[in-house]
Structures are given as structure tokens and as C-alpha cells.
Write a protein that binds this ligand. Structure first.
Ligand SMILES: NC(=O)c1ccc[n+]([C@@H]2O[C@H](COP(=O)([O-])OP(=O)(O)OC[C@H]3O[C@@H](n4cnc5c(N)ncnc54)[C@H](O)[C@@H]3O)[C@@H](O)[C@H]2O)c1
Length: 244
């Protein structure tokens, strides 16, 4: 990757980092000198990927408060700091809304909005104490514009936008910025979308293609960098123009 960032002396948590966008974010932060703690519900894969990039892999479920607390406690204990938090973990349970079960609804809200909330709540005491923090959340086109078959996901991702803006206002006084990106990339998550829908997505994208997950990571690293200290509450599309 040609972009250069300096995260020497910084510790970072990246959720949902076993693959896709999260793995690329963790890789770029680690290459840039951060001590990265990668969290994923897929314990075997996260440990394997983390070893390959010189990071720490931790099995954990962002929808479970004890798992979240255990991660932040470990990072604080091992590094003395938590500088960067990237809330990226995600799942899909797509169905038209009249066929969504309570579990489809609850699971998606609990991972996306709930996981983002839980990790912010858990990291804020440390970030406030050090009067420094960079939080980057991951929202979606669905949250910005709505999307057929994704009432649960769109609600969760729109919720993340409200959470990002509220947290940005609450935490600015402590040197903590809170921003979100809205990505559009070719990952396992998108592979689960039927081909016809994928083709429609590409056709609706001015760039006429999907990004590689590695094209998303530099935008996150920038928002997570010290230099981005006057940007907060922003929702940055990294999406080839689909949300225009
Ligand atoms: N790919 C896209 O085009 C796109 C578009 C908009 C938003 N997003 C968002 O980007 C983020 C990353 O998506 P991706 O495409 O890389 O998906 P992905 O499926 O490739 O990766 C998601 C990762 O999250 C992990 N995960 C799921 N539930 C978890 C939990 N409860 N606790 C911890 N980890 C969990 C999975 O195991 C997986 O490794 C998600 O929040 C997604 O909603 C992606």
C-alpha cells in the first residue's frame, strides 16, 4: 500500500477483523506501527490472521458486553492506552420486512448498533483519561438511503450515524473524535448478495465497480490518525459515488 501513516506508540482495536474490510484496516494500522488488537467472533481465523500481520487476535462477540469489556481491559492492561477504536463487525439477515423474524431484527441491531455502542462505552473512560481518542464507525449506504430487504440493517446503520454524531458532540471536549465511513467493497458480506442484485449495485455506482477492501482502509487510517483531529461527526462515503 502506497499511503503512509504513523501510528507508532498507538494502540488500536478493530472489530470484525478476521476478513474483509476489517482485516485490511487492521493490516494497514499494524503496518503503520500501531499495536493492533483484532476482535472477531471467528476465534480461530482471527488468531491466524493476527499472527500473520503481527497483531493480537482476540475471539469475542461485540453483541456481548462481557466480551467487549474483556477486550478493552486487556488492551489497557497490555499497552496502557486505547488510542483507536474501529467498530467494523457486521452481519446480514436480509429479508423483506414483513418476513423479518424478531431474531433477524434483534441480532442485526445488537451486532451493528449495539456492538458499536458497547465498544465506545467501554473505551471512553480510558480515552477520556488520556484526553485522546479516535473512533471510527462503519455505516452503510443502506443507513444513508434505505435498501430493499434490509430494514433491520438499514435501521442499525442509520442508528450508527446518530450514535456517531451524538458521541462526537459528547466527547469532543476530551480530545476524542468520532467519525464514520460508509464503504462499498467486494467482501464475503457482498458475496452473499444474489448476482442480479450485485449487478444492480455495480450499475448504480458511478465508478462502475466495487472496491477492493484495501481501498477502504486508508480512509479509516486517516480518520484514525492524529492529523485528523479537527474532523468529528463526519460520515465519509468511500463508495465509488453510489450514495451521491
Ligand atoms: N462490503 C460492503 O460493501 C459494505 C458496505 C457497507 C457497509 N459495510 C460494513 O462494513 C463492515 C465490514 O463488512 P465486510 O464487508 O468486510 O464483511 P465481512 O462479512 O467480510 O466481515 C465481517 C466480519 O465481522 C465478524 N463478525 C460478525 N459478527 C460479529 C460479532 N458479533 N462480533 C465480532 N465479530 C463479528 C465476522 O466474523 C467477519 O469476520 C460491516 O459493518 C458492514 O456492514 C460493508
Amino acid at each position: 500500500m502506497s499511503v503512509r501513516f504513523d501510528f507508532a506508540g498507538r494502540s488500536a482495536i478493530v472489530t470484525g477483523a478476521a476478513q474483509g474490510i476489517g482485516l485490511q484496516i487492521a493490516t494497514l494500522l499494524a503496518q503503520s506501527g500501531a499495536q493492533v488488537f483484532m476482535v472477531d467472533v471467528d476465534e480461530e481465523r482471527i488468531k491466524q490472521e493476527a499472527t500473520e500481520i503481527g497483531a493480537v487476535g482476540v475471539g469475542g462477540d461485540v453483541s456481548k458486553t462481557p466480551d467487549v469489556e474483556a477486550v478493552t481491559e486487556r488492551v489497557r492492561a497490555e499497552t496502557g492506552r486505547i488510542d483507536v477504536l474501529v467498530n467494523n463487525a457486521g452481519i446480514l439477515r436480509d429479508r423483506v420486512l414483513w418476513k423479518l423474524s424478531d431474531d433477524d431484527w434483534q441480532d442485526v441491531l445488537s451486532v451493528h448498533a449495539g456492538g458499536t455502542f458497547r465498544f465506545i462505552r467501554s473505551c471512553v473512560p480510558v480515552m477520556r483519561e488520556q484526553r485522546y481518542g479516535r473512533i471510527v464507525n462503519v455505516t452503510s449506504y443502506s443507513g444513508l438511503r434505505g435498501n430493499m430487504g434490509q430494514a433491520n440493517y438499514a435501521t442499525a446503520k442509520a442508528g450508527i450515524i446518530g450514535l456517531t454524531k451524538t458521541a462526537a458532540k459528547e466527547l469532543a471536549a476530551f480530545g476524542i473524535t468520532v467519525n464514520a465511513i460508509s464503504p462499498h467493497a467486494d467482501t464475503r458480506m457482498l458475496a452473499s448478495v444474489p448476482q442480479e442484485k450485485r449487478d444492480q449495485l455495480i450499475a448504480a455506482t458511478p465508478m462502475q465497480r466495487l472496491a477492493s477492501p484495501s481501498e477502504i482502509a486508508p480512509a479509516v487510517a486517516f480518520l484514525a490518525s492524529e492529523d485528523a483531529g479537527f474532523i468529528t461527526g463526519a460520515i465519509l462515503p468511500v463508495d465509488g459515488g453510489i450514495s451521491i
